[in-house]
Design a protein around this ligand. Structure first.
Ligand code: GLN
Length: 492
């Protein structure tokens, strides 16, 4: 008997084709998975059990009809607008706000036949690396309940890891898909900037934000990425392009590719198990016929500072719209100004306020040149560094994070230490490049470790190819999300 809630989307589709199960059975299995784990994990902010079941039952009676995600249950991060469910960004200021429209990605999911189960928890407005900044509750890492699932898409990564849904949507501004995917032992991807429409994604930092897939394996990630991608007239920064090669053709062959290993990596502080798995990953790609070499990424050290200036500057402007007039909550006050102040004072959490303050500061006329202009220049340099590297290499490999999942509460009092966990993910964000995190193993404490593959602009195909090889070499998916549902190790 298959444990339907632990299968990949592609395995589920296969069972539907063979008429061995139905969408309503899969949705039931996911809802059972949620019932048994959600009390501890806390991955969701809203679950639409009735709506999902009604849609699945309708699909039971229909043919697949070329729909690539027919009957596949999916969870959506709660900063993505849904017209049938609240969208809160895990913030009090949005309260129980329900958007009047669907994000383009939600439309695309539904057109592809997917069944949306609910909305997942996140750091408020996607600002954070642990999901502890949610105004509503903390999400726990399904591998170890005392640890953070990562963030900001911690709810989506935890839901996929815990057997609640096969796939989910996250958003990544500086690492928020890849870092939680790494912490939770799942695969997460952000595409080239513009690859996926941002229409209906509540903006944090518009020049960096991207929606992307979180899944149990690379093939599901590629399939979901294809559904999400494409030019959207509602987002002028969206791009078009060929996506078929992501799921077909030379899918697993990387012979002859040149993979760069960042030159400074021996100096970086890293957990011992992460360092060892990094070395083994480099060997694995070499054994598959790639050549490797040292890649100079001098901008790497600047990327955290650059990211936190640009992201916060954009956030301070984007979040100005939450004024108590247009969306969500409004505080009662005597005057208009007091109403603004009280709504924002009560509605935003501490981290969001910190970022609005920092962002406003770096954009202020007295400090603009000193911070914002310099960060923009650093951004251009980082982009240039990458451009040079991709003349010499097809892809870069490096860990997703320097350490595995940290303890809940450990970094809350020290925002800079929290920010530093993004050291390896922010460069690809700043440069707008496609990057994936693939689980390659676990530490001595049984915590998953993710490896990151970055490729040049528009080269998602290469990212997927190298990622498949890594996945194949380490056997992580077979071990923890096997077809029969019997897994080694802990009860997740
Ligand atoms: N952790 C980073 C931050 O706090 C990235 C967040 C994100 O990618 N949304 O800004």
């Amino acid at each position: 008997m298959h444990d339907l809630a632990r299968l990949t989307a592609i395995e589920l589709l296969d069972l539907y084709k063979r008429r061995e199960t139905t969408p309503s059975e899969a949705v039931r299995a996911c809802l059972d998975g949620i019932d048994s784990k959600e009390g501890v994990v806390g991955a969701f902010l809203h679950i639409d059990a009735e709506g999902a079941m009604a849609r699945a039952l309708r699909l039971d009676g229909e043919g697949i009809d070329g729909r690539p995600l027919f009957g596949v249950p999916v969870a959506v991060k709660d900063n993505i607008c849904t017209s049938t469910m609240p969208t809160t960004c895990a913030s009090r200021i949005l309260g129980s706000y329900q958007p009047p429209y669907d994000a383009t990605v939600v439309r695309r999911l539904e057109d592809a036949g997917a069944v949306i189960i609910g909305k997942t928890n996140l750091d408020e407005f996607a600002m954070g690396s642990s999901t502890e900044n949610s105004a509503f509750h903390t999400t726990r890492n399904p591998w170890d309940e005392s640890r953070a699932p990562g963030g900001s898409s911690g709810g989506s990564a935890a839901a996929v890891a815990a057997g609640m849904v096969p796939i989910a949507l996250g958003s990544d501004t500086g690492g928020s898909i890849r870092q939680p995917a790494s912490f939770c032992g799942v695969t997460g991807m952000k595409g080239t900037y513009g690859r996926v429409s941002r229409y209906g994604l509540i903006a944090f930092a518009s020049s960096l934000d991207q929606i992307g897939p979180i899944a149990r394996d690379v093939d599901d990630c590629a399939l979901l990425m294809r559904v999400l991608s494409g030019k959207d007239p509602l987002d002028s920064t969206s791009i078009s392009g060929e996506t078929e090669s992501w799921t077909t053709g030379t899918a697993g062959n990387i012979e002859g590719l040149r993979v760069g290993v960042p030159l400074r990596s021996p100096e970086w502080e890293m957990d011992g198990a992460v360092r060892e798995l990094f070395a083994r990953s480099v060997s694995a790609v070499m054994e598959s016929g790639c050549t490797t070499g040292s890649a100079e990424l001098p901008g790497m050290d600047k990327s955290i500072a650059c990211y936190y200036i640009i992201a916060n500057a954009e956030a301070s402007s984007n979040l100005a719209r939450f004024d108590g007039v247009r969306y969500g909550m409004r505080s009662d006050a005597e005057t208009l100004i007091r109403m603004y102040e009280e709504t924002r004072g009560e509605g935003f959490g501490a981290e969001v306020k910190r970022r609005i303050l920092l962002g406003t500061y770096v954009l202020s006329s007295g400090y603009y040149d000193r911070y914002y202009s310099r960060a923009r220049r650093a951004r251009a340099e980082i982009k240039d560094d990458f451009k040079k590297i991709f003349e010499e290499f097809d892809a870069i490999i490096l860990p997703t994070t320097p350490e595995p999942a940290f303890e809940l509460g450990e970094r809350l009092a020290d925002p800079v230490s929290m920010y530093l966990s993004d050291i390896f993910t922010t460069p690809a964000s700043i440069a707008g490049l496609p990057a994936i995190s693939v689980p390659v193993g676990v530490t001595g404490d049984g915590l998953p470790v993710g490896m990151q593959i970055i490729a040049g602009e528009g080269r998602e195909d290469i990212v997927f190819r190298v990622a498949r090889v890594l996945q194949g070499s380490f056997g992580f998916v077979e071990r923890y999300y096997s077809r029969s549902g019997e897994r080694e190790g802990d009860e997740r």
